[in-house]
Design a protein around this ligand. Structure first.
Ligand code: 13P
Length: 243
């Protein structure tokens, strides 16, 4: 079964979301697990309206547990809304908000402490891709991001391989590359965590849509993390139909 997880980023508003909910509820797709990572302020509404048909997650959380951190939202607070997962280390957080591997590691620890599945994003920039550094970069991101986390704490961890150059650009990595990198990630996790690593899902993200999804998601790839094409319920559902 494939996971098709949307990431709304800083998009949508209450009216658009009402329409999304109506169209999303009408559609039934078997053998696909849908999920939506949504802005904090809409979590409660989406959870209430779509929580039975769809996993609901946040897009970020604080690396701190509580205290004087104006504007931050802790993993403990998110747990109050029974969210199913939380994105961490998205490339937009890494580049625009200068998040480091160390901060990402703290966030993952906060999520695990609060029994929320981390959806941990990794991926190389265009420059790193052109320099053929993809494997080196994602190995470093995984090792630093998961530092100090042991096999019994993985808490249904999900990893999303999202090449930065493929996000929002209409360019995707090709199916063979996605398959190879997924295999590389799974082998690395096997070395780190042994048999326990087999519960970790590995998704691909970067310009996935209903036309390219079935080609990009080989058997080894557990699903997709979808940005732009998750904003419209029909388009989003169609990705699930086509995989
Ligand atoms: P796009 O699907 O818009 O390329 O975005 C991918 C992404 O960043 C999902 O997290």
């Amino acid at each position: 079964m494939k996971y098709i997880i949307g990431n709304w980023k800083m998009n949508q508003n209450a009216k658009i979301i009402d329409n999304f909910i109506k169209s999303f509820k009408k559609n039934k797709v078997n053998n696909v697990k849908f999920g939506l990572a949504v802005p904090y302020v809409y979590i409660e509404k989406i959870k209430k309206k779509l929580g039975k048909t769809c996993l609901v997650g946040a897009e970020n959380c604080s690396e701190y547990s509580s205290g004087a951190y104006t504007g931050e939202v802790s993993a403990e607070m998110l747990a109050d809304f029974n969210i199913d997962f939380c994105l961490v280390g998205h490339s937009e957080r890494r580049t625009i908000f200068a998040e480091t591997d160390e901060q990402i590691n703290e966030k993952i620890k906060q999520l695990i402490k609060n029994k929320i599945t981390p959806l941990f994003c990794i991926g190389e920039t265009l420059k790193e891709y052109e320099n053929k550094e993809t494997k080196k970069v994602i190995k470093k991101q995984i090792e630093k991001g998961l530092k100090g986390i042991n096999a019994s704490e993985l808490n249904n961890l999900i990893i999303a391989y999202e090449p930065v150059w493929a996000i929002g650009t209409g360019k995707t990595a090709d199916a063979k590359t996605i398959n190879n990198i997924t295999e590389y990630i799974k082998n690395l996790l096997l070395k780190m965590y042994g048999e326990n690593s087999k519960s970790i899902k590995v998704l691909y993200g970067g310009s996935v849509n209903s036309e390219n999804a079935s080609n990009l998601l080989t058997d080894l790839v557990d699903g997709a993390l979808v940005g732009g094409a998750s904003l419209n319920a029909e388009k989003f559902i169609n990705i699930g139909r086509n995989v």
